[in-house]
Design a protein around this ligand. Structure first.
Ligand SMILES: [Zn+2]
Ligand SMILES: [Zn+2]
Length: 354
């Protein structure tokens, strides 16, 4: 088959790769129809040092990609909820599907992968190949794959594989309640989805902060308040009578945005960090303690968000409008990575089709 293959930093190539085979009777294989690039894929692209991998060092080749939808074309004898011909969306993370955490949908905390250190996302290491490929093996498919529900577009299905499920996880982890004021820092796809989800569940005000005016203004579609990082603190202080917001969802993961998150919060407020942190991302712990903040940093289990998210999407309460700005064929994936990484041409998210 053809796939986008990691050959080293800034070197993801469309090339031949072995066809996947069913390696366990709980697994299935999809013919990929569409896939996208996640902001976290750019850490791989840049050759960053991940939690388990150092992408700057030589490693065996693997197919990238953890945001994928497609059609079931082969199926293991132990799979009960899918059949050949079904169109499915695939959770970004692949867990064992059998441990206590996976059975609760908390695939991110899987007790059987990476030596009990939690699930791995597709296409982040040679352990599990990704879905930037013509075919993808889906482990424990009863668990990590879901039929694309009626009333969910292909774009929304891709968002459900990661960005929306992650954004919604941030809303939950920041304990957003109806009537709350919320700031979302970073208006890439995950931040935008977090902001739209916060509105959908009843936040009163959602401040959408990003230096890129095109990105932050997209939040106007669902009633967000776009702010540049420079104006955010003064604007929000004024708007909240100097108190600060109830919740901040941070979707960048670097020191300055973490610090800003803490400054924007009211005492006793909640901070959820979704941005993939760098090794040197600093948190202002002393101020966090002085303000008695709740704090959560984590990775979404994805499948445990679908029960609530899918009806919200089907009912039109969360739409993801305007997030996909560019379309490429998978064969042009190298250029898709380059453009997405360079933030060129107003790109927010790219769709790759096969
Ligand atoms: Zn991702
Ligand atoms: Zn597990």
């Amino acid at each position: 088959m053809k796939a986008l293959v990691f050959n080293g930093p800034k070197n993801i190539q469309y090339e031949n790769f072995d066809d996947p085979k069913i390696t366990n009777n709980s697994n299935l294989i999809i013919k990929v129809e569409k896939c996208s690039i996640c902001g976290s894929d750019l850490h791989i692209y840049h050759g960053a040092e991940g939690v388990s991998e150092d992408y700057s060092k030589p490693m065996p080749k693997f197919c990238t990609g953890h945001e994928t939808i497609g059609e079931v074309v082969d199926i293991g004898s132990g799979v009960s909820t899918h059949k050949i011909g079904d169109r499915v969306l695939i959770s970004a993370a692949a867990g064992c599907g059998q441990c206590k955490r996976c059975l609760k949908g908390e695939i991110n905390m899987c007790e059987n992968t990476r030596g009990g250190n939690g699930a791995t996302a597709y296409g982040t290491s040679p352990r599990v190949n990704g879905g930037h490929a013509e075919f993808l093996e889906v482990p424990f498919a009863d668990f990590g794959a879901a039929k694309i529900p009626d009333g969910v577009s292909d774009e929304q299905a891709i968002l459900l594989t990661d960005a929306l499920a992650t954004g919604y996880y941030g809303v939950k982890m920041a304990h957003v309640k109806p009537g709350n004021s919320v700031a979302v820092i970073g208006q890439g796809p995950v931040g935008l989805m977090a902001a739209e989800a916060a509105m959908a569940i009843g936040a009163s005000r959602v401040y959408c902060i990003d230096p890129d005016v095109t990105r932050r203004n997209l939040s106007l579609i669902f009633g967000g308040i776009p702010l540049s990082p420079d104006e955010a603190l003064a604007y929000i202080r004024e708007d909240t009578r100097g108190i600060g917001v109830d919740a901040v969802i941070e979707a960048v993961g670097v020191g300055p945005t973490l610090k800003q998150a803490v400054r924007l919060l009211r005492s006793g407020g909640s901070l959820a960090v979704l941005g993939i942190l760098h090794n040197d991302s600093e948190l202002p712990l002393k101020i966090m303690q002085a303000k008695s903040l709740n704090f959560h940093a984590g990775i979404s289990g994805v499948v445990n968000q679908w029960e609530e998210l899918i009806p919200l999407v089907q009912g039109g309460r969360i739409q993801g409008k305007g997030v996909f700005t560019h379309e490429f064929s998978l064969a042009d994936g190298t250029e898709a990575f380059r453009l997405f990484d360079a933030h060129e041409d107003g790109v927010i998210k790219v769709m790759m089709t096969l």
